[in-house]
Write a protein of this length. Structure first.
Length: 530
């Protein structure tokens, strides 16, 4: 049967490579559209072009002679096209009667394929059913069973996009293509934006003290008036994106531009204690109780699927504030909290954070890839909120606003674990002391640092020496056990303390406790020395 290359997995996975002709096709497409085109649409258009070329080739081959079908009759000297033989064209040299009682009367044609090809014979005028009888030109060119361009893209998206991106970014003539706002266009379609105009944009944002849209910037920034407004917007977007001074912010209504130097430090780059370092571990060893504790903690980097059960439209949720987020004034962007904040796959989105107690508004920043929301350091300091506190996140009727609150209670001095950094031995040690607390908290998570600078230095030393989660757990667990007259420590306390040195979800911590022979499971989530 006829096999179209474009209908096979082998072609798209192993043979497909964007050629110079393909690049020229994409160039002409972008030239015609005069606007950025997303990668998916470029890929689909190129696949459609491959299908068109294939149909054109098939039509050209079919025009060279009659299509071979076993049920038809042919004459000496006639040229016949054999689609099942990659459209080989042969000349009939002889027609003779066939001999096979199973098929009744039929004929055999002798065919020559080119001057140097040996002769081959084929049955014709055959009365028996044969699948090659279905090879009429209309069916071959317009078979509804063929995969469409969209279906091919969905099946082989990874391989197609990899080859296409290489051609657009790295291949010959790559300077012709530029990426702007998740779309591609031609570099020579962009209007020039002089550096002086970018300086004006910088001054406008600085004077306003807030992110501005491209349309707002274009009121003062001059871009070639000979191009369309849409292309002026695109050109300025591209120029801003190429300048390190500016950073794009995602909003529901489009992108805004801000100055990178005006962003909080924890937005410009992810702080060390918020950088997740994946740790392989045997998750099957975690007990049901350990998995339940993991679900309760709802760590943004955790693997528990149970946390997905939280309804996306819940009016409010509570979360436990861990030390890394308390240290940098952030909130976790977890499965339970993410629906309260602007959504995006990457980048940063602005959000207004409203103090549910005093009504004060804070500029918030959703760092999507880092999975945290920055901008609450002043709020946490104002209310003296410790690590381990219960934080409430509430929806606001106002778009782009989220209400942040905590569970208040009468101020009281409570016993808490005080963390001390032993820089000489790369160790974290603890002592018990009383601290003033005016909010509800989880007593297994509450932890307070005594010397912030020394603790930060210890975290840097731990990272530089590549200490593993297992090594950290082995060092801090005995220290924590010493604080309890019962000689035990809760697994959540070890998780909380470990995150003072390295960003880790509960799973690897719990596994390190269970797999270390120095510790034994004392029940109810606690561990003791063996």
């Amino acid at each position: 049967m006829l096999q179209r290359p474009t209908q096979t997995a082998a072609f798209w996975r192993d043979q497909f490579e964007v050629t110079a002709d393909d690049t020229e096709f994409l160039y002409q497409l972008l030239l015609e559209k005069q606007q950025p085109i997303p990668l998916e649409r470029l890929a689909t258009a190129l696949i459609e072009e491959y299908l068109r070329r294939e149909n054109t080739r098939i039509a050209q081959e079919l025009s060279k002679g009659a299509i071979y079908m076993p049920q038809k009759r042919y004459k000496t000297g006639q040229h016949v096209v054999f689609p099942a033989l990659e459209f080989a064209v042969g000349e009939i040299l002889q027609v003779r009667p066939g001999q096979n009682p199973e098929h009744g009367d039929f004929e055999v044609i002798q065919v020559r394929f080119g001057e140097q090809q040996k002769l081959r014979e084929f049955a014709t005028h055959l009365q028996s059913p044969h699948r090659l009888n279905q090879l009429d030109s209309e069916r071959m060119l317009r078979d509804r069973a063929l995969l469409s361009a969209a279906e091919i893209y969905q099946l082989y998206q990874t391989e197609i996009e990899e080859s296409l991106l290489f051609a657009l970014e790295e291949g010959p003539g790559q300077a012709a293509f530029v990426e702007v706002n998740d779309g591609w266009l031609l570099a020579d379609q962009l209007a020039e934006v002089p550096v002086g105009q970018l300086n004006i944009a910088e001054a406008l944002i600085e004077m306003q003290g807030r992110p501005l849209s491209v349309d707002q910037l274009l009121e003062e920034v001059e871009v070639d008036q000979n191009v369309s407004h849409a292309m002026r917007v695109t050109s300025l977007n591209y120029a801003l994106g190429q300048d390190a001074r500016f950073t794009p912010l995602n909003t529901r209504t489009g992108s805004l531009w801000f100055l990178r130097r005006l962003e909080p430090a924890e937005v410009q780059s992810t702080p060390l204690l918020l950088r997740y370092r994946p740790t392989p571990y045997n998750r099957s060893l975690l007990s049901v109780q350990m998995l339940q504790l993991e679900w309760e903690l709802d760590d943004e980097w955790g693997e528990s699927n149970l946390s997905r059960e939280a309804p996306a439209a819940a009016p409010s949720i509570s979360l436990l504030l861990t030390y890394p987020h308390r240290r940098h004034g952030t909130l976790p962007l977890s499965s339970r909290t993410s629906s309260f904040f602007p959504q995006a796959a990457h980048g940063v989105s602005p959000v207004t954070l409203v103090d549910g107690r005093w009504g004060t508004r804070y500029d918030g920043w959703v760092v999507h890839e880092g999975r945290y929301v920055a901008g609450l350091a002043k709020w946490m300091e104002a209310h003296q909120i410790p690590a381990g506190a219960f934080i409430t996140v509430e929806r606001s009727p106002t778009t782009q606003e989220v209400v942040i609150d905590f569970r208040t209670r009468r101020p009281k001095r409570e016993w808490a674990r005080i963390a001390l950094a032993d820089l000489d031995h790369n160790a974290l040690i603890f002592e018990m002391n009383k601290v003033q607390v005016a909010c509800e908290y989880d007593e297994t998570l509450i932890v307070v640092e005594q010397n912030l600078e020394a603790l930060d230095q210890l975290a840097r030393q731990v990272a530089q020496n590549s200490f593993t989660v297992a090594q950290i757990v082995a060092q801090i667990t005995p220290e924590l056990i010493k604080l309890n007259p019962q000689g035990t420590v809760h697994a959540k306390s070890v998780y909380s303390a470990a995150n003072m040195l390295v960003r880790t979800p509960p799973g690897p911590v719990f596994f390190a406790l269970l797999s270390n022979r120095r510790f034994r499971d004392a029940g109810n989530g606690t561990f003791a020395l063996t």
